[in-house]
Design a protein. Structure first.
Length: 133
């Protein structure tokens, strides 16, 4: 069985999960950019870490509860564009396409996500879904 230490990170960095997004999920390290936070959130969807998704969601838009669909497997992330969100910014956007599979089929979702950085570091605010096809 492949453990977290050797499994490739779902975010697409090419690094092992243990060196990439797992330290963010565990609270051992903070995301340095909006893109890094977005990639770590995708990885959290892929590994089923709803607690991290809630912690990395801005309080102004965070849902009271978050239940992930166990039948959906998120398997690929393509970052399409970024604006702001760097080490010296307080806001940024990341456009991405995320690919999924389920017993009912497969598909993708495309979104432009908004992020802000404050006392809690980078946090996801919301996103605008874009049609795929």
């Amino acid at each position: 069985m492949t453990g977290v230490s050797s499994a490739r990170c779902p975010c697409g960095s090419g690094l092992p999960l243990a060196e990439c997004c797992a330290p963010l999920h565990a609270g051992e390290r903070a995301a340095g950019t909006a893109e890094q936070l977005m990639r770590s959130r995708f990885s959290a969807f892929a590994v089923g870490d709803a607690a991290y998704l809630r912690r990395s969601w801005h309080p102004s838009t965070r849902p009271a509860d978050l239940v992930l669909d166990d039948d959906v497997r998120w398997y690929r992330l393509d970052v399409l564009a970024t604006s702001g969100g760097g080490a010296f910014d307080t806001a940024g956007t990341v456009e991405f396409e995320a690919f999924w599979r389920s017993p009912a089929g497969r598909g993708s979702m495309r979104e432009v996500s908004r992020f802000v950085r404050g006392d809690e570091g980078w946090q996801y605010v919301d996103g605008d879904a874009r049609p795929t096809g």
